[in-house]
Design a protein around this ligand. Sequence first.
Ligand code: AMP
Length: 397
Amino acid sequence: MKTIKDLDIDGKRVFIRCDFNVPKDEFGNITDDRRIREALATIRYCIDRECKIVLASHYERPEPGKYEERFSLKPVAKRLHTLLKIKNEILMAEDVVGEDAKSKADSLESGDILLLENLRYEAGETNNDESFAKELASFADVYINDAFGACHRKHASIDAITQFFDAAHKAAGFLMAKEINFFSKMLEEPIRPFVAVVGGSKVSGKLQAMIKLVDKVDKIIIGGGMAFTFLKALGYEVGNSLVEDDLLAEAEEIMQKAKARGVKFYLPVDVVAAAEFSENTTVKYLPVQEIPEGWMGLDIGPASIRLFREALNDAKTIIWNGPMGVYEMDRYSKGSTMMSNIIAQTHATTVVGGGDTADVVNRAGDIDEMTFVSTGGGASLKLLEGERLPGVVALQA
Ligand code: AMP
């Protein structure tokens, strides 16, 4: 894959598609700025080459055409300025491809940075609209895609925009290259034993990835809501726990495939169960055989944690995607926190994918102990599914 290093960008106008879709609290404070920090390498590289830099990103899902303040990228501009430790302000456009963005882009001097407003304020972004893409492309001579977290989507700033740049004027940024290289190397030549830990709410979102992983790994550990579909497929009564009844056959098939390939398959043996989806209720620690009718499993229990620790003991490569329980509620977060601690303490190469999982690892204080924490949830899943990402395909077209 061609990267920014392969292009001649000195003094040029460079458009960098970043993924600044960072989590914020109810007061609008950025709670995890990893995606901004990970973009710094490419931005600094362009500053050092005296480029005029135009940055663009989406932020959450505003209604197109409505410029609501809570979806503005202004807090990102501020944080980016702090992290870059540069004297000059970062220019913040009031719009995406409007008058303000255009006049600010025209005023850029070498080394200056302009951040466009949230791309999704414009309907053309998600529609992969060609004329919108053309307007974005008119900001620059060179296009760099460093938005790994967004490059599984065929959107205008990811896909349509690339047709306006020839091969000598478009490439991947450093973050994008790092993410893709890491995943492909891990999947192609993992050091064994290779263990996949998969959790989260649903089997459906991760089915394809799991089917692919069964072919590659030595062990699979399942937790989170999706475990109940597997447990039900094995004949357990799981009460009101999250189950996708239409996927029982697929769950069964994955377990059969694992068995046929000699892949060890681990499911929770106990759960933290409650009668309602709430923290303020009675909870019980129960073996999976004893979930009462009407109750639901909301976290893995202590016996499962011990079992999973044993299974991870000899791992040399671990990939983790999806929390072990409803970690957003303190009462059901222990399984995920403990899983983070266990994985962080192994001597394995540890790779974390998915926004929720990265959040768990962050909250558990383990982020620096992991080998690699991906900035992309959906995009990393697509790589595990063995698919080429639209953003990467577009760069190479
Ligand atoms: P995903 O987006 O599929 O990775 O799922 C992440 C979500 O799964 C988190 O918001 C968790 O709260 C949720 N989750 C994890 N375990 C359970 C469970 N046992 N029951 C319901 N939801 C769960």
